[in-house]
Design a protein around this ligand. Structure first.
Ligand SMILES: *Cc1c(COP(=O)(O)O)cnc(C)c1O
Length: 381
């Protein structure tokens, strides 16, 4: 059991997960691409309007598939934000790519599109925007720059399922996009993900790469009479047992999203009074963006203040966390030439950002404990 009165995360559970898992087991088809996987594929394709969605074992694996599909070669460059999870970059480095770290904007904490042109070289193969907290990157500018140079765009949309930019769903802008169903994300099956394919030239190879480099998907559709090894690939299919779990959540996504919206808005209302007097920055959601209420964070004035707040909340039985350590300053990032000062906004935000407890079934009472504790930290009476 957790020692905390308010935990940082609890996985979303809607109630029907076990019924569908039991059904998948009774059907006797546990491996990937069976009934529940097909339901999840159709849900994503219809809701988002993407030509093809493929469930994968994780978002990390969907990113690895993207690197394979783009034929990333040793020495190719890939532009990634310095402020993101390691998988965004590692998937490309596994193919031999050289990561080029781009700094973030101080408002949305998304990659700073005004710095793209300066970082593009003849070796640039892809730009990988991450929609931080599910708030859309400036996709019009990013897409135009990428198209102008013939560079692919892969959206890491791990945070942003259901988010929109200028009325259009995130995950529908890049040639490819990825989703995560890890237990910390809005919808979950423990570990899981999806690859969204917007550029249809990648559809056929994506099925092959996902099926160990074989044309097994075509075989199952009766398009070839045997399947064999035809390309690079690996085993990226999600088990149908997990797709069944995920399907229960997809069916209930409106309820999940409306609970999360309420929680997000309550934090925002309650904490707003602290912003002016204490210099706290709350999340910025530009009018062009509809966000999916993935997380709630504060950006404070200093590392000392951030650590003191985390410690104080801990003393009150509340777990808050920070992320991400700047990728260009990590052991791996330095190996690729990263050094302090390369991405100043990332370095500053990494020291000063704190994430508050946020999950679908966070209760009003729990949230009030968090809000009261943050207020007491700033305004002790
Ligand atoms: C969670 C996350 C991932 C990795 O997702 P997995 O499904 O755990 O592989 C990748 N990128 C970002 C931005 C994430 O938040």
């Amino acid at each position: 059991m957790s020692e905390y009165r308010v935990r940082f995360n609890r996985p979303t559970l809607v109630g029907n997960e076990l019924n569908y898992v039991t059904d998948a087991i009774q059907r006797g088809r546990l491996a990937g691409d069976n009934l529940y996987t097909q339901r999840c594929h159709r849900f994503l394709e219809q809701l988002l309007g993407v030509p093809k969605a493929l469930l994968t074992t994780s978002c990390t694996d969907a990113l690895e598939m993207a690197a394979l599909l783009l034929d990333v070669q040793p020495g190719d460059e890939v532009i990634v934000p310095a402020f993101t999870f390691v998988s965004t970059v590692n998937a490309f480095v596994l193919r031999g790519a050289h990561p080029v770290f781009i700094d973030i904007r101080p408002d949305t904490l998304n990659l700073d599109e005004t710095q793209l042109e300066r970082l593009i070289t003849p070796r640039t193969r892809a730009i990988v925007p991450v929609h931080y907290a599910g708030v859309g990157c400036e996709m019009d500018a990013i897409s135009a720059i990428a198209a102008g140079h013939g560079i692919a765009v892969v959206e890491d949309n791990a945070h942003g399922l259901f988010g929109k930019y200028r009325g259009r769903y995130l995950g529908t802008f890049g040639d490819l996009a990825t989703l995560s169903f890890h237990e910390t994300k809005n919808l979950t099956c423990g570990e899981g993900g999806a690859l969204l394919i917007n550029n249809e030239r990648y559809v056929e190879r994506a099925e092959i790469v996902r099926e160990k480099g074989t044309d097994r998907s075509r075989f199952f559709r009766g398009q070839v009479d045997k399947y064999s090894w035809v390309d690079l690939g690996s085993s990226y299919l999600l088990a149908d047992i997990l797709a069944a779990f995920l399907w229960a959540q997809m069916e209930a996504y409106e309820e999940i999203q409306s609970k999360r919206r309420r929680i997000w808005q309550y934090y925002d209302e309650q904490l707003h009074p602290l912003t002016l007097e204490h210099g706290i920055q709350l999340p910025t959601v530009p009018p062009d963006c509809e966000q999916p209420y993935h997380m709630y964070y504060l950006v404070l004035r200093s590392l000392q203040e951030r650590q003191a707040l985390i410690e104080y909340l801990k003393s009150q039985g509340i777990l808050s966390v920070f992320h991400y350590l700047p990728l260009h300053l990590s052991v791996m990032g330095r190996r690729f030439g990263g050094k302090a000062g390369d991405c100043p906004v990332t370095e500053q935000v990494s020291d000063t950002l704190v994430r508050l407890p946020f999950y679908t079934d966070l209760t009003q009472e729990e949230q009030d404990l968090v809000v009261a504790a943050v207020r007491r930290f700033y305004e002790p009476t």
